[in-house]
Write a protein that binds this ligand. Sequence first.
Ligand SMILES: [Zn+2]
Length: 575
Amino acid sequence: MTKERHSRRSFMGLAGSGVVGALGGTTLWSAAALAAAPETQDADLVVFNAKVYTVDSRAPRAEAFAVKAGKFSAIGSTSDIKGLIGKNTQTYDARRMTIVPGFTDCHNHAGGDVLLYEVLVGNPFEVEFVTITSIIDKLKAKARETPPGTWVEGYFFDDTKVKDKRELNVHDLDEVSVEHPVVVRHRGGHTSYYNSKAFALAGVTKSTADPAGGTFDKDPAGELNGRVTDRARNVFNNVSPRPAFSPAETERRSRDGLAHISKQFVRYGLTSVHHEGGDLAALQAVRARGDLLHRVSYEASGRVLDSMMASGIMTGFGDEWIRFGATSEHTIDGSFSERTMALSQPYPGIQPAYKGNVTETQEELNAWIERVHRAGIQVNCHANGDVAIDMFLTAVERAQKLVPTPDSRPKITHCTLINDELVRRIKAVGGVPAMFTTYAFYNSDKFVFYGEELMKRCMAYKSFLDAGVPVCAGSDFSPGPFAPLMGIQGMVTRKGWDGKTWGVNQRITVEQALQVTTMNGAYASREEAVKGSITPGKLADFVVLADDPHTIDPEKIKDIQIVRTVAGGSAKYEA
Ligand SMILES: [Zn+2]
């Protein structure tokens, strides 16, 4: 393994446009690693004088560690590890700062091209209140450079992060333009807001009936208010052109978008991210040009998943930078933040009684799970409500009985509302829930929809850890921000940006939250043998933090500065 790594490095150095090009965007550390001759015993990098939390129970704390050929080679006290410094070794005095393993996000839609090229009317990364005027101004500027009749689009709207304390409406968007169709998309992904021109082009009036699975919302006077939910949005799909790009431009946009989001991930300390699909060719191109700064567990759906099954590609195929993981989330029910997840009891305070949406039958689900499981691919379903989680388990229990496979680790994306019986069954099938992380802080303003009794069983980190289920962290970006420290703060405090706490019975310790966000993430993609903790032999992925989340005021964890993010021993981000 070590030999192969060195030969690949030498190959890259010779065959690429020189060392700098091949390593583009990396720093001194990796250059030194490259310069180190394979035969030397010296470390490539020694980090000392640190408060290291290894997330390895065999040696949980350390002061120093050494890195060789991209992996941790030794951990221990500063004086021990300094003995490994040779003439080609880079050294880093951490000045008593905290170092933890690189963070893993186990559910991310990683839409870098939207971040880079589209109009963002809300803050994708942090809690920030915006004004409706600012949204109108941004879209007006876009309309000025867009031919009349072509869509003007805004992204990352959040209805509970508006200073004006009201919904966006059709009149606001008519101020943007009466010549362009205008749409603003909610970051949750299930609702959008349109102007009058868009409604006119789609032929939608106040008397148009709601289609199955969606609504054209009205104001108290019965007029269209601009908000359109779920499947009712389909009527806008084929009216008016969207800005057109040549194939070459489209390719460039997806590559540059991925490079852009990769920079954002490492800025927040993420070294591994589970991608919900995306352009596999672009990922490889971005990696080849040296701009892939984080490791990718690629979760396939549709055509890519079918090709995997047809060609015999299973979970685990790939290398430590781009590897096929579980499938993409196969959806069983609706959303938490927009109140459509499938519950066994009616939603509190809604008349007539409403229990959310199940989006497929048990038979369909059984067949899908069996097919994927038989192909040696880790299944992954989106199940939020207790009804959907029960359906998922029924299908998994059936598939495991038909095709017994030890340790298949069925992944349950969100797995939001549980009860004791569901936890027991998840444990029995060896399931790995990837639950919302930043919601506890970011989306606390939406928990009132469910109320305290249900929130005691939502995002139930403690229930799972107590039962010995290796729950992991899945931000669901773009619906949720992906900052791991915001996620950890939420797991520890269960307190939102608005100061309100919900389901404090599910609070976990900083130590547990760290494990969830590192080691359990590696376990979820079957990579716990190669990453997830600071352990000799594992990939040298770690984060330097300006403060210690174990000792700082828990309500300030999210504000701790990320000083440096390192993957494979090379710095990918420096503050
Ligand atoms: Zn998702």
